[in-house]
Write a protein that binds this ligand. Structure first.
Ligand code: SAM
Length: 224
């Protein structure tokens, strides 16, 4: 399971060997198209679980959002700083994580990376999250880890926190993830207990893969 050391090793290998076919320097079309469907104010702190060094990080920061990316593999974060031609900042050790901060610059808000295992993020220690964005995070995890992921996300979000999530459906092929297929039913099963869900749209590619975009909004806990 991806939360264990053994499951995580594949990610260290992938980054070491440059097998990062999931990565794009450009913003994801679905993010650019659907982010405005959320009511996230400029200056809001946006959590990106399992963030890699995605082009979405910069795009969100250029929208004025303070990005908090959580990434297991330090090499990915080092590589982000290299790509920005920025010197690697001093790391700040936090419980279970090493923090790297890129301060606000002209044309963009600050970007913070917590390097460590997303599942070890402590809601009590984490900064307040105003919104989140999941691209290739849920679908990077095997089935057994996805329930824990959904619960962790719920734990990190106050009521009314909104997020965009992209799931993946594939036609008639065996599921040899990552990326894993996560059906609409599974998205509902995982998130509906803690989030209101709205299916915003989908995009199918020539390989028979369909990305489905969801708006999630954290429900208030039920009172007795
Ligand atoms: C499929 S990639 C997606 C990266 C990014 N979201 C993107 O769209 O390019 C998944 C990323 O999650 C990281 N990762 C995997 N398990 C993790 C965990 N438990 N905690 C934090 N990061 C993790 C991997 O190192 C990898 O960079």
């Amino acid at each position: 399971m991806a939360t264990s050391g053994q499951g995580n090793e594949q990610w260290f290998e992938r980054w070491r060997e440059g097998r990062i076919g999931f990565h794009s320097d450009s913003v994801q079309p679905m993010l650019a198209r659907y982010w405005s469907h959320l009511s996230v104010s400029t200056g809001a702190r946006v959590l990106l679980p399992l963030c890699g060094k995605s082009g979405d990080i910069l795009w969100l920061a250029q929208c004025g959002h303070a990005v908090l990316g959580v990434e297991l593999v330090e090499q990915a974060v080092r590589s982000w700083f290299e790509d920005q031609a920025e010197a690697l900042p001093e790391t700040v050790a936090r419980t279970n994580f090493n923090r790297f901060e890129s301060p606000e610059r002209v044309g963009r808000a600050g970007v913070t990376f917590d390097v460590g295992n997303f599942f070890h993020l402590d809601a009590a220690l984490s900064d307040d999250i105003d919104a989140f964005y999941d691209r290739a995070a849920l679908i990077a995890l095997p089935e057994a880890a996805r329930q824990r992921y959904a619960l962790k996300l719920a734990e990190l979000c106050r009521p009314n926190v909104e997020g965009l999530l992209i799931s993946l459906i594939r036609d008639g092929q065996r599921d040899q993830g990552p990326p894993y297929v996560v059906t609409d039913d599974e998205v509902h099963r995982l998130f509906a207990p803690n989030f209101m869900l709205e299916r915003l749209g989908e995009r199918r590619d020539e390989r028979g893969m369909t990305e489905v975009v969801w708006r999630l909004c954290r429900r208030a806990p039920l009172s007795c």
